[in-house]
Design a protein around this ligand. Structure first.
Ligand code: SF4
Length: 258
C-alpha cells in the first residue's frame, strides 16, 4: 500500500512558495524510507519551530510536534534520547534557529545528537513580513530597518562545522530530487545532521533569479571526511553558492554515550 503523508489542511503558504517544494522532497524521502523498510512509519517524527517553515507540520500526516519560537530542537533531542528507535526530523528557519534559538542548534551539533535538522533559509523573518535575520545580506532593507542592515551575514555551514556537526549539507528548495537524496543521506547518517535549504521567499525577498544563476554543486570527489576541506568549500571567491554534502564523519552520538 502506498503511504499517505498528505493531509486535508488547506495550504496557506503564498501560492508558489518554495516551502511547497521542501514539503514534496520530504514526503518523497520519508515514503521511500518507509516503503523500502528502512524505517517504520510509526517511528518517524517531525518537529518545527515558529515561522513559515512550521506550517509544514500541518501538511504531514505523521507524528509531529510544534514547538515555541526557536525551540524546535530541544523536544527533538528529548524524543531521541528517550526513544533511540525514532527517526527524528526537525524543520526550522533562519529566523527560528539562527536568531531566536541559535544556542540549541550549536549544542545539538556539539553533542552529536542523532537528529536531522533542516533549516528553511529564506534570509528573512518571512512570517512577520520581511525583517532581517542573521543570514540576510548586508544592506538588506526590511520593514524594521528601511535604511538597510549593517551586519555581515553569518555562514551557518562554517558555524556548524566549528560546533562539531558530523553531517553538513546545503541544498536548494527548487531541486526536489537532490534535496530528497540529501535528506535520505542525512537520515542514514548516525549523528547530528545539518541541512541548510536555500528557500527563496517570493513575497518578501525573492532570490530565485540569484539562485538560478549561482548554484554550484560539489564535485563527486569532494573529500567529505576532511573538515578543513569542507570549511573551505562552503564559500567561493566568485560569489556562487556551493551545494551538496560538505562533511560526513562517524563519531559516537549523544544517545550512545548517555
Ligand atoms: Fe513563503 Fe515567503 Fe509567503 Fe512565507 S511569506 S509563505 S516564506 S512566500
Amino acid at each position: 500500500m502506498t503511504m499517505q503523508l498528505s493531509t486535508t489542511a488547506k495550504i496557506t503558504w503564498c501560492p508558489g512558495c518554495p516551502n511547497n517544494a521542501i514539503l514534496v522532497a520530504f514526503r518523497k524521502a520519508v515514503t521511500e524510507l518507509v516503503e523500502s523498510g528502512v524505517v517504520k512509519e510509526e517511528n518517524v517524527v517531525a518537529c518545527a519551530g515558529i515561522g513559515c517553515h512550521a506550517k509544514i507540520l500541518d501538511y504531514l500526516n505523521m507524528n509531529t510536534f510544534n514547538a515555541l519560537h526557536g525551540r524546535a530542537i530541544p523536544p527533538a533531542v528529548g524524543m531521541k534520547a528517550a526513544n533511540p528507535n525514532l527517526s527524528v526530523f526537525v524543520f526550522s528557519g533562519d529566523g527560528d534557529s539562527y536568531s531566536e534559538g541559535f544556542n540549541h542548534l550549536v549544542h545539538a551539533a556539539q553533542r552529536n545528537d542523532d537528529i536531522n535538522v533542516m533549516i528553511h533559509d529564506n534570509q528573512i523573518f518571512a512570517l512577520t513580513t520581511g525583517q532581517s535575520t542573521p543570514t540576510s545580506p548586508k544592506g538588506h532593507k526590511g520593514g524594521a530597518r528601511p535604511s538597510g542592515s549593517i551586519e555581515e551575514p553569518i555562514d551557518p555551514l562554517r558555524l556548524m562545522l566549528t560546533a562539531g556537526a558530523t553531517f553538513v549539507a546545503r541544498s536548494y528548495a527548487g531541486e526536489i530530487e537532490k534535496t530528497k537524496e540529501i535528506i535520505k543521506a542525512a537520515h542514514a547518517h548516525k549523528g547530528f545532521s545539518f541541512i541548510e535549504i536555500a528557500q527563496p521567499c517570493i513575497t518578501f525577498f525573492d532570490t530565485r533569479d540569484f539562485f538560478k544563476d549561482n548554484i554550484v554543486w560539489l564535485p563527486e570527489d569532494h573529500p567529505k571526511g576532511d573538515r578543513r576541506a569542507a570549511y573551505e568549500a562552503t564559500q567561493r571567491e566568485d560569489g556562487k553558492v556551493p551545494m551538496g554534502i560538505f562533511y560526513h564523519v562517524t563519531q559516537p552520538t549523544f544517545e550512545e554515550q548517555l
